[in-house]
Design a protein around this ligand. Structure first.
Ligand SMILES: O=C(O)[C@H](O)[C@@H](O)[C@H](O)[C@H](O)COP(=O)(O)O
Length: 322
């Protein structure tokens, strides 16, 4: 893939140079790989063009750091090998954990299902296993399948087996589903729990009164699904409830509970962790703000918070011109 396309004269000037920040300068990815910060922009043919894209020395095939401005604002996009995605994600999560535990004495983290847990694997290794103050973590899920917690379909089980059982987060600070209840009851219990934690100031509150989590770690399906918000589903329009349920998910299991878009978009930080060529079209639609598609992921747009995309080369493959 030729990543060093020259910026054409006709390019729409949607680009803005992004200066390397001190955090980037000391990240393990950077120190290992010396990536260059690059700028991408949309050109007048609707594609992306690049300026100075490339990574010095042996980083060439490992990581491209890019920032990209599109019509809705600034998206911070990084493209990695799968291994370096996990390294960089762990570094960023640890930085946020340190910041929030220092500033407010707790760190509220929302997980999703799917492959995300696999990409958190570096957090359960040195140095983070010892250096993160796990006792300050409060863990939630953006979505859950309405199944028992030990069912193979349970997002809780996937997270417990791959991550939570390996770190010292107090069990009472892990807020899984009330799995004896049907979907509507489980959604009510989740929302009641969130309201109590907002009242007790464990979870911050946004200006519009929605819970404001410190970090949401989101995956995305090939159809642009995020949380359990599926293309064309009426739940995409929910603007009052914090948690909702559905009995008609287009992929199994059909019964799920999910945070709503206003809650997602109130988060202080959202990490979109998306890998695989099967996601490339949805990634391009989201980052190009493609008006012809109405994918749930296009509605992820934090009001005040930061959004960062962690992509592998497959997921990013439609962003770059040959
Ligand atoms: O309950 C679900 O349907 C999944 O958990 C789902 O929401 C998942 O988060 C995305 O589909 C991304 O999954 P992958 O990262 O595994 O592709």
């Amino acid at each position: 893939m030729a990543l060093s396309t020259t910026l054409s004269a006709q390019s729409r000037l949607l680009c803005a140079e992004r200066k390397p920040n001190p955090t980037t300068a000391i990240s393990p990815t950077t120190s290992l790989l010396l990536p260059q910060v690059v700028t991408l922009c949309k050109n007048n043919k609707g594609g992306f063009c690049g300026k100075g894209i490339g990574v010095r020395r042996k980083a060439r095939n490992n990581v491209v750091k890019a920032s990209l401005k599109w019509e809705k604002g600034f998206a911070n996009v990084e493209v990695f090998t799968k291994e370096h995605l996990a390294v960089s994600l762990a570094y960023d999560v640890a930085q946020l954990s340190n910041k929030y535990t220092r500033d407010k004495g707790s760190f509220t983290v929302v997980l999703s299902g799917g492959s995300l847990i696999k990409y958190l694997r570096k957090l359960v290794e040195a140095p983070y296993l010892e250096t993160i103050d796990w006792s300050k973590w409060h863990v939630f899920w953006v979505e859950e399948r309405v199944v028992a917690k030990d069912d193979l379909d349970s997002n809780y089980k996937v997270a417990r087996d791959g991550f939570l059982s390996k770190v010292a987060i107090p069990g009472v600070q892990i807020y899984g589903i009330a799995d004896a209840l049907p979907a509507d009851g489980a959604a009510d219990v989740w929302e009641t729990t969130l309201r109590r934690l907002v009242k007790n100031k464990v979870i911050d509150s946004s200006e519009s009164g929605f819970p404001k989590f410190d970090l949401m770690l989101l995956g995305m399906g090939p159809d642009g699904e995020v949380a359990s918000l599926f293309p064309g589903h009426p739940l995409l329009n929910e603007d009052k409830k914090w948690v909702s349920h559905l009995n008609d998910a287009p992929k199994p299991p059909p019964e799920r509970i999910t945070y709503t878009l206003p809650v997602i978009n109130s988060a202080s930080n959202i990490a979109m962790v998306v890998t695989g060529a099967g996601k490339a079209n949805a990634v391009a639609s989201a980052l190009e703000d493609d008006k012809t598609h109405k994918l749930p992921v296009q509605l992820v747009s934090p009001r005040k918070g930061q959004l960062k995309w962690y992509l592998d080369k497959g997921a990013a493959s439609k962003l770059f011109k040959e």
